[in-house]
Design a protein around this ligand. Sequence first.
Ligand code: HEC
Ligand code: HEC
Length: 200
Amino acid sequence: MKRHQITRACLFIGALFGATPGWSADAGELAGSICMACHGEGGNSVVPNFPKLSGQHATYLEKQLNEFLSGKRRNDVMAPILDSFSKQDVPALAAWYAAQKPTPGTVGDPGLLAAGKAIYEDGNVETGVPGCMGCHQPRAQGNARYPRLAGQHQAYTLQQMNDFKSGVRDNDKGKVMRAVAERMTEQEMQAVAEYMASLQ
Ligand code: HEC
Ligand code: HEC
């Protein structure tokens, strides 16, 4: 039996005897025992390649977790931990991370911020890159339909942009992000990643 399964069994027994455990406590325990190793305390990862999950919208987190489980989104680092949670855990895990307070990002190269802001807001008319703002919202805060990108690690953002561009990541419905990324240069991706990291 895995540690969180034992906890769940205890919670279940507790519930039978009138205690008031909740799925939220269970999700916090699962996050703390398994996910924290990479995604950090409260989802505030400190490793540039591991995404921050704190304050991300629950709808987006649910979609990603279900798609990792179904194999629609694939990643070698996430793969070995996919047997530590199931579809039943997904809504509570998503709600738990959505409720955590995100820490601000760190700007690496302030010289890229102006170019990044221009792409974020207006895109590149010549090459047909749309502005990101129309979907991801003016300060990259996202909403129930589009993920939050503010304060995210540049390295993770850049990896996702390149994965959309090459098609390694293809779980974006209607190819929305692949169509954006395939028109972008590496320099544009770097600049916009830097700008989004600077937003809160
Ligand atoms: C061994 C390290 C590791 C562990 C442990 C881990 N993850 Fe991840 N996780 C990653 C990496 C790396 C990615 C980025 C995958 C990619 O590039 O597609 C990721 C991506 C994600 C994403 C997608 C984020 C986004 O912005 O699209 C979610 C959601 C997620 N993990 C949730 C979890 C949960 C919940 C747990 C615990 C049950 C967990 N992870 C455990 C490494 C880990
Ligand atoms: C037409 C709407 C739309 C536009 C315009 C758009 N995006 Fe997205 N973006 C999405 C959607 C939808 C997703 C979620 C895909 C999924 O469900 O996996 C997404 C996901 C992403 C992700 C992955 C987030 C994560 O946590 O893994 C990044 C990074 C991103 N977008 C960056 C950008 C950038 C940079 C721009 C502007 C150059 C942009 N997007 C423009 C709709 C859009």
